[in-house]
Design a binder for this molecule. Structure first.
Ligand SMILES: [Zn+2]
Length: 489
């Protein structure tokens, strides 16, 4: 047994640097959150939503051994015995651990924010290295991409400490510092001087262990191309939240992924100049672009032909719809510092005094959903992440769940939405053989929720246990440990 296990570990470590099959020796900090651990764990009589988009299968037994799913079989009673832990999960659903593809480890503060929504420069993003990983894991996120970092060494060390069992949290794809152009309002990002600077920045951080990159709004085409080439030379993927470069241009330059769905494409913005971010930063393009228009069809074809994924981040845009969106979750408010809660309510009130928006949010939302559906129908790989930064109303973990709910509201079936938030992310990361679905032989990265999210998607919020590499974490205890802290550290 021991020998077989160690061979497994060696094979996995060779096959993927992100893989960690076996439970390491856990620190006291981590141990307090572990609810179930053992040589063999059997989840009996559970509904399986496997993450592939298939219909749910009722009454199954899922067996976990040595960090893996060793079998999935028709439900039957099993006796707890030496070396076998049994969890009777009638009424519960098991789904794959979420793969959060636009997840951050920081928070945005707006100094001296007032009721008129004004704040003073500079905008700052303090690290949330303590609270964010716990919130993610509590919500069922077992793998995440940081999608742009501000304290890259902290993120790299956090990943190392989580993998070593010293700190709780998901598996992390650490994205390097934002690759931003010379004009930027973000004081914590590198402001690239030219293409050579872009190449050097990518190489420097790749040498230090970063496993992905993200280009930002004011990068030039030459800088983006240099960054993509340098990253690809090392087998590393590049995504972008763009503005100065249009989606079509970025696809043709070889980018791997584009953030924020179709909201920030600038190709139809009036006065758009090459290499310069337009004033509307994409608002005009999404308002004008219908999926069935020639421009819409051409864009989707270009993206699919160039194998460019799209990351939908609906939660960070939901507030623009007004009408009491997003719904307030008491658990999310509980996680925040008093200051973060105050900011949340100040920003939420913005709908009343806000000036008439330049674009109609309902039209924009509809175009976004139509483009997402057309992209998926054309064979595009749609990923999901909440972008937990924007307005204090999108939090790590809670936002990941909300993203899935919004996909369903936008017309995807619950099992399709779950696939977008699980297996699709695994495919993008090249880890679909290890994670992303509930299947024999895969890592036991699983979420156990009460209820049936295939019928009622909000049941995805009822997380009971989160398994990561076969170790079951107590969602409520993780949340409790963050209470009143998100927004501070
Ligand atoms: Zn973001």
């Amino acid at each position: 047994m021991r020998l077989r296990t160690s061979i497994c570990v060696a094979t996995l470590l060779l096959s993927s640097s992100l893989a960690l099959a076996q439970a390491p020796a856990f620190s006291k900090t981590v141990q307090q959150f572990i609810r179930t651990q053992g040589a063999r764990i059997v989840l009996t009589h559970v509904r399986v939503v496997d993450g592939t988009g298939a219909a749910p299968v009722e009454d199954q037994n899922v067996v976990i051994e040595a960090g893996k799913i060793s079998s999935i079989e028709p439900g039957k009673d099993v006796q707890t015995s030496d070396g076998t832990t049994v969890l009777d999960l009638k009424g519960y659903t098991v789904l794959p651990g979420l793969v959060g593809m636009h997840n951050h480890l920081f928070y945005i503060v707006r100094p001296n924010l007032n009721a008129n929504r004004r704040s003073e420069d500079p905008l700052l993003v303090p690290q949330m290295t303590f609270s964010a990983p716990r919130l993610y894991l509590a919500a069922g996120v077992t793998t995440m991409r940081t999608t742009g970092s501000v304290e890259t060494y902290a993120d790299l060390n956090l990943k190392k400490d989580i993998d070593a069992g010293k700190l709780p949290g998901p598996h992390i794809d650490v994205t390097g510092p934002y690759l931003e152009g010379s004009e930027s309002y973000f004081i914590q990002m590198p402001h690239l001087k030219n293409a050579d600077d872009a190449r050097q920045t990518v190489e420097f951080w790749a040498d230090r262990g970063v496993t992905s990159f993200k280009a930002y709004m004011n990068i030039t085409r030459a800088e983006l191309k240099a960054a993509i080439d340098a990253a690809h030379a090392r087998g590393i993927k590049v995504t972008g939240h763009l503005c100065s470069v249009t989606y079509k241009e970025a696809a043709e330059l070889g980018i791997d992924d584009l953030e924020h769905g179709f909201f920030v494409n600038t190709q139809l913005d009036s006065g758009k100049k090459p290499d310069v971010c337009s004033e509307s930063a994409g608002d005009e393009t999404i308002e004008r672009m219908e999926a069935s228009s020639p421009e819409g069809k051409d864009l989707i074809n270009t993206l699919v032909q160039h194998h460019v994924a799209i990351t939908t981040t609906l939660p960070v845009f939901e507030g623009d719809l007004g009408g009491g969106r997003p719904p307030v979750r008491q658990e999310a408010l509980d996680a925040m510092t008093p200051q973060a809660r105050e900011d949340f309510f100040l920003l939420r009130q913005r709908r009343t005094p806000a000036p008439t928006p330049k674009v109609d949010p309902k039209t924009v939302w509809k175009h976004e959903m139509d483009l997402e559906h057309a992209f998926v129908a054309a064979g595009g790989l749609l990923l999901s992440g909440p972008d937990p930064t924007g307005r204090a109303d999108v939090l790590p973990g809670f936002g990941d769940q909300r993203g899935i709910e919004l996909l369903v509201e936008g017309g995807f079936t619950p099992v399709e939405a779950i696939k977008i938030a699980t297996l699709n992310g695994a495919v993008y990361l090249g880890r679909e053989k290890q994670i992303g679905s509930v299947a024999k032989g895969k890592n036991a990265d699983l979420v156990v929720v009460k209820g049936d999210p295939s019928k009622q998607i909000s049941d995805i919020e009822n997380v009971e246990i989160v398994f990561k590499d076969g170790v079951g974490y107590d969602s409520k205890k993780l949340l409790e440990s963050v209470r009143g802290r998100y927004g501070q550290y």
